[in-house]
Design a protein around this ligand. Structure first.
Ligand SMILES: NC(=O)C1=CN([C@@H]2O[C@H](COP(=O)(O)OP(=O)(O)OC[C@H]3O[C@@H](n4cnc5c(N)ncnc54)[C@H](O)[C@@H]3O)[C@@H](O)[C@H]2O)C=CC1
Ligand SMILES: O=C(O)C1=N[C@H](C(=O)O)C[C@H](O)C1
Length: 258
C-alpha cells in the first residue's frame, strides 16, 4: 500500500513509520506534519495547500490516507481524501459534532474508518461491556469510566472513553448522562449517570477502566496499552481493509470481523 501519513512526526506517526519501514509491501509515500523537515526519500508538507498543489501536479500513486494528527485538521483531511477519492483511516480524536457529520456525509463517496482506538483489545472490550451492561444496568449497578493518558494528550475525555460510553448506551433503553469528573456538593448520583474521569500524567500510553458496582460487589474491566505499535498495527489493518472496500462508514469491528 502507498500511504499518505498525516501527523508523521507525532508519537503515533512515528509508530506507523517504524512499522511500515519493516514491511515489504507498504510504504509511506507522502507525509504531513506541522514541523518543517527535509527527507530525501519522502516529500513532507506542512499544510494542505502545499500538499494539494503537489498532488494535483505530480499525481503520485496514493492508496490510502492514515491520519493520526489533530482534530483541528480533520475537516481538511476529510475534504482532501474526498477530493482525490482516497480511502481514509481517521484515527485522530476530539472532533466536533459538525466534523462528525461531515465524516458521515463524506463516507457516502469514499470508504472511511473513523475510530478512536485501533487496538484489538479495546474493540473486543466493547463487546464485553455490552454484555455486562445488558445484565447489570437493569440490576441497578452504577457505571463509571476512568481513562489515563500521558501529559501531552490534548483532548479529554479520550476518544476511546467516548466509544466505550457508546457501547454502554447501546444496551440501555434510556438516555445516559455523562458526568465529566465530580466536584463540590450535590445530590446523590442518578442511576443514568456515567462518570467519566480523565487522568493525565507522565508517559502513560493509554489505559481505560470501566467499573460496574452495586452495594455488594464491583466488576472492573481494564484495557492497558503497553506501547503504541498496537495502534499502528490496527491502523495498517484498517488501511488494507479500506483499499478493498466500497464507499461507506466502517469501524474496527468490520476490520477485525468481530
Ligand atoms: N485511534 C487510535 O487508536 C489512536 C488515536 N490517537 C490519536 O491520534 C492523534 C495524534 O496523537 P499523537 O501522535 O500522540 O499526537 P502528537 O501530538 O504526538 O502528534 C500530532 C501530529 O500531528 C501534527 N499536527 C498537529 N497539528 C497540525 C497542524 N495544524 N498542521 C500539520 N500537522 C499538524 C504534528 O506535527 C504531529 O505530527 C490524537 O488525536 C490521539 O488521540 C492516538 C493513539 C491511538
Ligand atoms: O492520545 C493518545 O495517546 C491516545 N488517544 C486515543 C484516545 O483518545 O482514545 C487512543 C489511545 O488511548 C491513545
Amino acid at each position: 500500500m502507498n500511504i499518505l501519513l498525516i501527523g508523521s512526526n507525532g508519537a503515533m506517526g512515528q509508530a506507523v513509520l517504524q512499522l511500515v519501514n519493516r514491511s515489504k509491501t507498504d510504504q509511506v509515500v507522502l507525509a504531513l506534519q506541522s514541523e518543517e523537515e527535509t527527507n530525501p526519500n519522502l516529500p513532507i508538507f506542512n499544510d494542505f495547500e502545499a500538499l494539494d498543489a503537489y498532488v494535483s501536479k505530480e499525481h503520485p500513486v496514493i492508496d490510502v490516507v492514515i491520519d493520526f494528527s489533530s482534530a483541528t485538521l480533520s475537516e481538511s483531511v476529510v475534504n482532501f481524501s474526498n477530493k482525490y477519492h482516497l480511502p481514509l483511516v481517521l484515527a485522530t480524536t476530539g472532533q466536533s459534532a459538525d466534523v462528525e457529520q461531515l465524516i458521515f456525509d463524506t463516507a457516502k463517496t469514499i470508504p472511511i474508518i473513523n475510530t478512536h482506538n485501533t487496538s484489538i483489545g479495546v474493540n473486543v472490550m466493547q463487546k464485553a461491556l455490552q454484555l455486562l451492561t445488558e445484565y447489570l444496568y437493569p440490576l441497578d449497578y452504577d457505571i463509571e469510566i476512568i481513562e489515563k493518558h500521558h501529559r501531552f494528550k490534548k483532548d479529554a475525555p479520550s476518544g476511546t472513553a467516548k466509544m466505550l460510553f457508546d457501547s454502554i448506551q447501546s444496551q440501555v433503553n434510556e438516555p445516559l448522562h455523562i458526568q465529566a469528573g465530580r466536584e463540590g456538593f450535590y445530590a446523590a448520583r442518578p442511576h443514568n449517570e456515567v462518570g467519566m474521569h480523565a487522568i493525565r500524567s507522565g508517559n502513560i500510553v493509554g489505559e481505560h477502566t470501566v467499573i460496574f458496582a452495586n452495594n455488594n460487589e464491583e466488576i472492573e474491566i481494564t484495557h492497558r496499552a503497553n506501547n503504541r505499535s498496537l495502534f499502528a498495527q490496527g491502523a495498517l489493518k484498517a488501511a488494507a481493509y479500506l483499499t478493498q472496500a466500497e464507499p461507506g462508514l466502517y469501524d474496527m469491528s468490520d476490520v477485525l470481523d468481530l
